[in-house]
Design a protein around this ligand. Structure first.
Ligand SMILES: [Zn+2]
Length: 376
C-alpha cells in the first residue's frame, strides 16, 4: 500500500518517527515493549529499528480505561488484548483527533446507562406483551385449536390432575348414575358438546375444575358441603360454562406463552421475571373475573331453563368461601367477589317451576358416591 506516500502528505510532526513514551502489548504475549508511533494512513506501531510491528486503522481504535495521564487504546481489528499506551500528551491529542470512533462502544458509565436503559425497555415491552398482546393471542388462537388437539391437551392435563390430587374417581354405581343424569341434564340445557365427561374425585378439597377438552371434576370436599341438588348443579353448570368458552385451553395458551417469553428472556426467576409474573397474576385476576362472570351466566341460563333458581349456588359458594377463605382454591380465589355473585344470582331468583333435578333417593346416592364398600 502507499502508506509512505500518505505519511509524507500528512506532513505533521508524526512523520518523523517519534520516540514518545509509548508502550505496546501485542495481545498474544504479556511482554510490554517500548515502541514508536507513526501516524500515517493508519496508526503504525514501530519497533526500535523503525520497522512496522502493527498497523491500526484509525476507525478501529478505541479508548479503554487507563490511568489519568495515559491514553490507553485497543483496536477492533487487532487481537482482543492488544493495548497501546500513550503517555505523550501531544501524541495523545493527535491520536484523539485522528480516531473518529475513539469512544464508540465504550463500556464505561455511558455504556452501562445504555445497557440499563435497554433492559428497562425490554422489561417494559415484555410486561406490555404479557398484559396486552398475550391475552389477544390467547383469544385469537383458542378458536383455531381443533377440538381433537384440545382433547389431547386435556388428557395430558388429566394425568397431571390425577398426580396432583392423588384422587380416585368415586364410582359407587347408584351415585355415579345420579351424577351422570344430573350432568347430562345440565349439558343439554346449556347446549354443550356431548363429549363432556364429569366425575367426582375422592379428595377433601372443596373445589371443582374444568379441564381443556371438557372434563369436569367435582371434588368430594365440595360435594360433601352441598345441601341440595341445586347448589351442586349450579357449580357444575358454571364449569360447563368454562368448557363451552374453552377457558381452560385459553388459560393454558396464555400461561404457556408468558412462561415461554419469561424463560426465553431470563432463563429463571430473576427480579425482572418476578415483575412479569406479578403483572401476569394481576392481569389474570381481572381477566379471569370476566371469564368467571361469563361462566356464572351459564349457571343462570341453565338453571332458569331447567325451572330452578341459580341463587342456591351463590349461597353455596358464600358458605364454602366463608369456611375455606385463604386456602387459595381456584374455584373461589379467581372468582368474582362471592357477595357480588350471590347478589347477581339472587336477582335471578324465582320459585322453582320444575321438580328437583334429582329425586331424594338419587341425591342421597350421589352424596354417597365416594363411600363405596371397598373403601370403608
Ligand atoms: Zn370458574
Amino acid at each position: 500500500m502507499n502508506e509512505e506516500a500518505d505519511a509524507t502528505q500528512a506532513g505533521v510532526a508524526s512523520t518523523s518517527p517519534p520516540r514518545a513514551p509509548v508502550t505496546y502489548l501485542d495481545g498474544t504475549s504479556s511482554r510490554k515493549r517500548d515502541v514508536g508511533l507513526r501516524l500515517a494512513a493508519a496508526c503504525e506501531i514501530l519497533d526500535a529499528d523503525g520497522g512496522v510491528i502493527a498497523s491500526w486503522p484509525y476507525a478501529d481504535v478505541r479508548r479503554v480505561d487507563g490511568p489519568v495521564d495515559t491514553l490507553r487504546l485497543m483496536c477492533a481489528s487487532a487481537p482482543l488484548l492488544a493495548r497501546l499506551e500513550v503517555r505523550d500528551a501531544e501524541m495523545a491529542a493527535e491520536l484523539k483527533r485522528r480516531c473518529p470512533k475513539l469512544d464508540a462502544d465504550l463500556p464505561g458509565a455511558k455504556g452501562v446507562a445504555v445497557i440499563v436503559g435497554w433492559s428497562v425497555a425490554a422489561l417494559v415491552s415484555i410486561v406490555l406483551m404479557v398484559v396486552y398482546v398475550m391475552p389477544l393471542m390467547a383469544d385469537y388462537l383458542t378458536p383455531l385449536v381443533p377440538q381433537s388437539v384440545e382433547r389431547y391437551i386435556g388428557r395430558v392435563a388429566d394425568n397431571q390432575v390425577k398426580v396432583i390430587f392423588d384422587g380416585k374417581r368415586c364410582e359407587s354405581p347408584d351415585g355415579k348414575a345420579a351424577f351422570e343424569k344430573l350432568v347430562n341434564m345440565l349439558r343439554q340445557a346449556g347446549d354443550i358438546d356431548g363429549t363432556t365427561e364429569a366425575a367426582v374425585i375422592s379428595n377433601e378439597i372443596a373445589n371443582a375444575i374444568a379441564l381443556p377438552g371438557g372434563k369436569i371434576y367435582v371434588f368430594e370436599g365440595l360435594l360433601a358441603k352441598a345441601n341440595n341438588v341445586d347448589e351442586l348443579a349450579g357449580v357444575v353448570a358454571h364449569e360447563l360454562g368454562h368448557v363451552k368458552n374453552r377457558d381452560g385451553l385459553r388459560n393454558m395458551i396464555y400461561n404457556g406463552g408468558t412462561s415461554f417469553l419469561i424463560g426465553l428472556l431470563f432463563g429463571d426467576v430473576t427480579g425482572s421475571a418476578a415483575i412479569i409474573f406479578a403483572s401476569r397474576e394481576m392481569f389474570q385476576a381481572s381477566h379471569s373475573r370476566d371469564a368467571e362472570r361469563t361462566a356464572d351466566k351459564m349457571t343462570i341460563d341453565i338453571m332458569r331453563k331447567l325451572g330452578r333458581s341459580p341463587k342456591p349456588m351463590g349461597e353455596f359458594l358464600l358458605r364454602v368461601t366463608g369456611k375455606e377463605k385463604g386456602k387459595g382454591l381456584s374455584l373461589i380465589s379467581s372468582h368474582p367477589l362471592t357477595e357480588d355473585r350471590l347478589a347477581r344470582m339472587s336477582e335471578q331468583d324465582a320459585a322453582p317451576s320444575a321438580p328437583p333435578l334429582l329425586t331424594a333417593g338419587e341425591w342421597a346416592a350421589l352424596k354417597a358416591v365416594c363411600k363405596t364398600s371397598d373403601k370403608r
